[in-house]
Design a protein around this ligand. Structure first.
Ligand code: G
Ligand code: G
Ligand code: MN
Ligand code: NA
Length: 249
């Protein structure tokens, strides 16, 4: 409750910021895009993780106000990069919002940005509850030129049957599988399967949470098209992201 009250003032008090984590191509030399990750810095409690406050915002109506701020800030920052896309996380409730498509399109037009430079990240949870409606929403977004990524892939109700019906551009393999790759045969097998599945369906595959050289090598051999993780870079402040975008475009 306390947190919810504070959160409702976070935008107005300018306590929110975005950090940007590079998404690199297979060779790791080029940055194709950045994932925007929200940060909330409070005077009283210090830095609060989105893992804590996003669920609180989801339970109240605050997620829409927060989400609007996040999208707006990301679209503004994007214009300082030579060509990379920005990947923005949307929670299930945002995605199911009435006229979500019109809303996102309006923001993008207002910012004067090409939809092709905007990737919409959603989780399986957001789409499998009402698959029919989700399929329609994704189809419309894709028609308008947005990129669509399925986040935390492998952890939700992955119905492979359903994946076919969705207009997607890429799958983001959940970092728990990358983490387990070197230790357990099961994780390695799952990573390989997702990469094959993605390729067979003509989708990009982003390996998340890449932390070691060994993982990079294994993922290259397996054929992951993109990687993201501390091995390459943490999420960095806007100024740093601008510099990286210039150097590695
Ligand atoms: O950077 P990391 O600790 O920051 O993020 C923790 C979790 O919060 C992740 O699951 C991530 O997807 C989520 N998250 C980070 N930024 C956003 C955001 O802008 N919107 C939403 N809906 N989730 C976010
Ligand atoms: O759920 P989502 O994939 O949006 O979450 C992104 C989260 O993963 C953020 O909290 C981000 O800080 C974190 N993250 C990014 N790279 C790494 C990594 O290499 N290792 C770990 N442990 N976390 C990472
Ligand atoms: Mn994400
Ligand atoms: Na993820």
């Amino acid at each position: 409750r306390d947190v919810e009250d504070r959160l409702s003032q976070a935008v107005q008090r300018e306590e929110l910021s975005l950090a940007y984590q590079p998404i690199v191509s297979r060779d790791g030399l080029e940055i194709d895009g950045f994932e925007a990750l929200v940060r909330w810095n409070t005077n009283e409690f210090g830095l609060i993780s989105p893992d804590t406050f996003i669920p609180i915002a989801e339970e109240s109506n605050l997620i829409h106000e927060l989400g609007d701020w996040i999208l707006g800030a990301a679209l503004k920052e994007l214009q300082h990069w030579p060509g990379q896309y920005v990947s923005v996380n949307f929670s299930p409730r945002q995605f199911r919002r009435h006229n979500f498509v019109g809303h996102v399109m309006e923001s993008v037009q207002r910012a004067g940005v090409s939809p092709g430079r905007v990737q919409i990240e959603i989780t399986e949870t957001a789409i499998f509850d009402d698959a029919e409606r989700a399929a329609e929403t994704l189809y419309k977004l894709r028609q308008m030129g947005f990129r669509i990524a399925l986040d935390d892939f492998g952890t939700g109700y992955s119905s492979l049957y359903n994946i076919r019906k969705f207009a997607l551009d890429c799958l983001k393999i959940d970092r728990s599988f990358i983490d387990g790759m070197g230790r357990e045969r099961e994780s390695a097998a799952i990573v390989h399967s997702i990469i094959h599945l993605g390729r067979a369906l003509g989708l990009g595959v982003v390996a998340e949470g890449v932390e070691t050289e060994a993982q990079v090598q294994a993922l290259r051999v397996a054929g992951a098209s993109h990687m993201q993780g501390y091995y390459f870079s943490q999420a960095v402040p806007p100024e740093r992201a601008r510099a990286l975008a210039e150097q590695r475009s």
